[in-house]
Design a protein. Sequence first.
Length: 230
Amino acid sequence: MTRISTQLSAVRARIHAACRAAGRSPESVALLAVSKTFGADTVQAAFEAGQTDFGENYIQEAVEKISALRHLPLVWHCIGPVQSNKTRLVAEHFDWVHTVDRLKIAQRLSEQRPEGLPPLQVCIQVNVDGGPTKSGVTPADALALAQAAAGLPRLHLRGIMCIPEPAPDFETACEIFERARDLFEALNAQGLQLDTLSMGMSADLEAAIASGSTLVRVGSAIFGARHSPA
Ligand SMILES: *Cc1c(COP(=O)(O)O)cnc(C)c1O
């Protein structure tokens, strides 16, 4: 076993244990491997250990990796901030975007999604803990943005995502993640058909799963400490 396959197995075991503790099926939580700052060879090693979905933050870096690994059946998720001048690259190269937080970005992604590709799978990023430096719509603005995004022809709105500040303990982490879950349920009660609640990282995936996460984004627990960003 390579180091990456060992660490992937350990993360999968954590997800299973957290699901068991929450009375949930292990299949109800997807694992997104966050490969930002790691090279194509590292992504390939994770693929060979059974991982297919990868998350990237830096668009330019990601596009190079996606091109280098075109021969593999990988699913690429953009989880970093998307500026207007990067929407075309995102629309042309990624399968998913978790970080839509403005209508203008959603509109550009829809307009720029190439005809030959399936709709771009999208989550609305929500600032659930009021963190000052954080992107994301407020929970109060989430419904309007979600309804508008759901109406765009080349997007498929799948859910919401959040990146709360690290919490001091499990209970506090759960309280914050539960705000996202409550919002997710409220949006579905308004008639949206969302199936993805993207929350939880290396340090807090157990709390996220206890609170209803359907997709955890895990980097350092799989790949180790990150290189500094380019
Ligand atoms: C880097 C990053 C992650 C992974 O963080 P780890 O703590 O390394 O698991 C998850 N989500 C987002 C949005 C990130 O930027």
